[in-house]
Design a protein around this ligand. Structure first.
Ligand SMILES: Cc1ncc(COP(=O)(O)O)c(C=O)c1O
Length: 314
């Protein structure tokens, strides 16, 4: 296999200097997973790593997975499949449309099947993948978003990695984590990692409404991992719905980027950062608290969101 594998060793931890952090005397360092690889950016590579190992171990000739027309997950999966010399099939939500993400998927060689909205809702059925496996024998099915215990376990090495990077920012320790949560898989991976270390608190900023079942999914993942169902907190960062943007969010995103130099996107990372500001300003964290903010990537999705962001600020 000649695939170029993204390496955690290259991922920097950078101090974040923002006025609202200085005012509250809370320190934040950003784990720049967005920089791990131009195509396999953010938490995606880590969530996929064990799935890819399992696919290779089973001798699979291709991967099948599903997502929306702007999906960061399908984007990373298609890029990874191409690198690993595997075929890929993407099952897409909704009706055919040509987004920047879809163009990339086609460029990566992914075969696309549009399921409509009703067809996509069927994904929760236990036998959902059966007909696709019959159609593509020997393909390995990766759950939506690269989730499941394999996805979570792929994220646990982030805990040890941060430890090795602390000296570079003159920290000897930190008190907790803050990151965007979609399915809660990445958060569960950190909780599993922390359970074997310092049990630092992991805060998940929900990109979608709390009714989307993330709490149950995290509990299930921790139970499957044999880890206590504790050590984390979910906060609602969704601002009225998954993928919903408003003017304060658009302004916050652009201002934060300009001041910090860290690129953000509106669906996950800017919402997570904005929720952090709310908690910091609300006095939730004691003076002197040090937090790791995980930049979970997703910047490829910014292309589709840009017109909406511009519209909000016009
Ligand atoms: C950019 C980005 N950040 C965060 C998340 C949330 O990750 P998780 O589903 O592991 O909670 C996702 C995907 O779901 C994502 O694409």
């Amino acid at each position: 296999m000649s695939a170029s594998i993204p390496s955690l060793a290259s991922v920097p931890l950078q101090r974040l200097d923002l006025p609202w952090l200085r005012e509250a005397d809370v320190q934040v360092a950003v784990l720049r997973l967005d920089l791990v690889d131009p195509e396999l950016s953010g938490n995606k590579w880590f969530k996929l790593a064990h799935h890819l190992t399992a696919a290779q171990a089973s001798g699979a000739s291709g991967l099948i997975s599903l997502g929306g027309p702007h999906s960061n997950h399908l984007h990373a999966l298609a890029a990874a499949a191409k690198r690993y010399g595997l075929a890929s099939v993407g099952l897409l939500r909704g009706n055919p449309q040509q987004t920047a993400t879809v163009e990339d998927l086609q460029r990566f060689g992914m075969q696309l099947h549009w399921l409509g909205y009703g067809g996509y809702r069927e994904r929760h059925r236990a036998d959902f993948f059966n007909s696709w496996q019959e159609r593509f024998p020997g393909y390995y099915c990766v759950p939506e978003g690269g989730g499941g215990l394999a996805g979570a376990r792929g994220c646990t090495p982030l805990v040890d990695h941060v430890q090795t990077r602390l000296a570079a920012i003159s920290w000897d320790d930190y008190e907790g984590w803050w990151l965007a949560a979609g399915t809660g898989t990445t958060l569960a991976g950190l909780v599993i990692g922390e359970a074997q270390r310092r049990r630092r608190m992991v805060h998940g900023a929900l990109a979608g409404p709390p009714s989307h079942g993330v709490a149950d999914e995290v509990s299930r993942l921790l139970r499957d991992a044999g880890t206590a169902d504790s050590g984390y907190q979910l906060v609602d960062a969704s601002r009225g719905g998954f993928g919903r943007f408003d003017e304060p969010l658009a302004r916050f995103l652009l201002e934060t980027e300009a001041v910090s130099g860290v690129p953000l996107e509106p669906v996950y990372t800017a919402k997570a950062m904005m929720a952090l500001r709310l908690y910091v300003r609300g006095g939730y964290f004691a003076c002197g608290t040090r937090l790791i903010f995980v930049h979970t990537g997703g910047l490829q999705g910014r292309r589709a969101a840009q017109a909406q962001l511009d519209g909000l600020l016009r």
